[in-house]
Write a protein that binds this ligand. Structure first.
Ligand SMILES: N[C@@H](CCC(=O)N[C@@H](CS)C(=O)NCC(=O)O)C(=O)O
Ligand SMILES: [Fe+2]
Length: 432
């Protein structure tokens, strides 16, 4: 048996015989990881025999079967998790050892401990052909967009530029148009900061995306469309939000066909940002029209999940529903564990610095509204908390702009724009 030491924690080997397996304990190994699917060829002992022998010797047995062409990030993470959990050195094998070393190398590159350019040389130095790792990483880079978040302190909003490293094409998600309600002043500081980033990084904007008609700030979608020429989009159910608020604002001229956007996305629709496959998931509950954008391995969930220490979004706006929000959140949590989750707000609990990135795995484990909580408990908790929350201070300002895709009201004869508020239309909300 030719065993190759790859790191302090890991050695890889071709298929060991049963006698080889029996000798692992005295050689100091604490774990055997089998990366070979059962019945690959007639001579391999197979997972049952291996696990029996390994456990008989007091070692831990882990079975992560892979084939070279179909390795997923989940396999790589499972391999890393097993190694992390192992007290001593681990022994991993497949038929030749190539798959085992490949899982290790992909993990090292994903976590930034090695650069992709070095994997082939590392393999060669250890006697393996790891060119398929380089190919995997190339392909995977296409799934892994670059995400830059911009935090707006005034509204605790997070705006994003998500870009394809290969083509420099990008989308802007949930941009904020600044507004000071005391002076009635509008501004483009946030949006211009985003445009500066786009320019400095040589990006070209393909899409300006909103996750929902926001109730706490104006969308800068229209301003950014004028500046970049990119197409605007939102979820198709925005027409229901338009109809709802058309009534609340008593606004007969408001068009409620969604024509204010270039594209309305239905659940399951796909589109591209550069070469990166993107998909829309319908995520109602916070609003009637909320959607999640899944761009490669990144999900832009806006007001569904917040950071795990912050819980989830409220569900008491007109058209909101805690039970429906629960279901939308379950759909998001059904994405692969390693999916990066980017939230739309961070209310900085206990005054901590703003944060906006987590993973599905972290959310499942730590979200303080969800971990160990049933649907019934969630709906009760959400409803109780929502009764204590005053309306966002800009809800009446913001909806009349955002249901028109971020267009301010048309100027009156004197050239000035005016907002209009219904009185006593939002019943039952807590007072500040
Ligand atoms: N105080 C904020 C509240 C904003 C707010 O209600 N945010 C919504 C998202 S649009 C939310 O889900 N908040 C959750 C919470 O406050 O627990 C404001 O006035 O703008
Ligand atoms: Fe919101």
């Amino acid at each position: 048996m030719s065993v190759i030491k790859v790191s302090e924690k890991l050695s890889v080997s071709p298929q060991p015989s049963v006698d080889d397996i029996r000798s692992l304990q005295e050689k100091g190994y604490a774990m055997l990881i089998n990366n070979r699917p059962v019945a690959e060829d007639a001579t391999q002992p197979g997972t049952d025999v291996e696990s029996q022998e390994v456990e008989h010797c007091g070692l831990t047995y882990v079975y992560i079967p892979v084939t070279l062409g179909t390795i997923t990030e989940a396999d790589v993470r499972a391999f890393q998790k097993a190694l992390d959990a192992c007290d001593g050195p681990a022994f991993a094998h497949c038929k030749s050892g190539t798959r085992s070393i490949s899982l290790y190398l992909i993990g090292e590159v994903l976590d930034g401990r090695m650069v992709a350019e070095d994997v082939v040389e590392f393999g060669r130095a250890h006697g393996f052909d790891t060119s398929s790792v380089a190919a995997w990483l190339m392909q995977h880079a296409g799934r892994r967009p670059k995400v830059k978040g911009f935090f707006d302190k005034r509204t605790w909003s997070v705006q994003y530029v998500v870009s394809d490293p290969e083509t420099g094409k990008c989308a802007i998600i949930d941009p904020v148009l600044d507004f000071d309600e005391k002076a009635g002043a509008t501004g483009t500081i946030n949006a211009d900061t985003i445009l500066d980033y786009v320019q400095e990084n040589g990006l070209s904007v393909e899409w300006i995306l909103d996750t929902h008609p926001h109730a706490d700030h104006f969308s800068a979608a229209q301003y950014l469309k004028e500046k970049t020429g990119a197409r605007t989009a939102i979820g198709e159910r925005v027409v229901d939000v338009q109809k709802l608020w058309k009534g609340i604002y008593n606004w007969p001229e408001l068009a409620t066909d969604g024509a204010q956007w270039d594209r309305l996305f239905a659940h399951g629709e796909t589109f591209k940002i550069g070469t990166i496959d993107s998909k829309v998931m319908f995520s109602p509950g916070h609003t009637l029209a909320s959607i999640t954008y899944v761009v490669g391995d990144a999900a832009f969930v806006h007001d569904t999940l917040f950071m795990p220490d912050s819980g989830t979004a409220r569900a008491d706006f007109p058209g909101g529903d805690a039970g429906i929000l629960w279901k939308s959140i379950q759909d998001i949590l059904a994405l692969p564990d390693e999916t990066r989750i980017f939230t739309g707000h961070d209310y900085q609990p206990n005054g901590r610095a703003p944060r906006w990135e987590s993973t599905v795995a972290e959310q499942k484990k730590y979200n303080q509204h969800l971990a160990g909580v049933t649907e019934e408990q969630y709906v009760a908790l959400r409803t109780k908390r929502d009764k204590t929350l005053p309306m966002p201070k800009l809800i009446l300002h913001a909806l009349q702009v955002n249901i028109r895709g971020g267009r301010l009201p048309e100027p009156e004869a004197n050239g000035r724009r005016y907002l209009k508020f219904p009185l006593d239309a939002l019943q039952g909300a807590a007072w500040e």
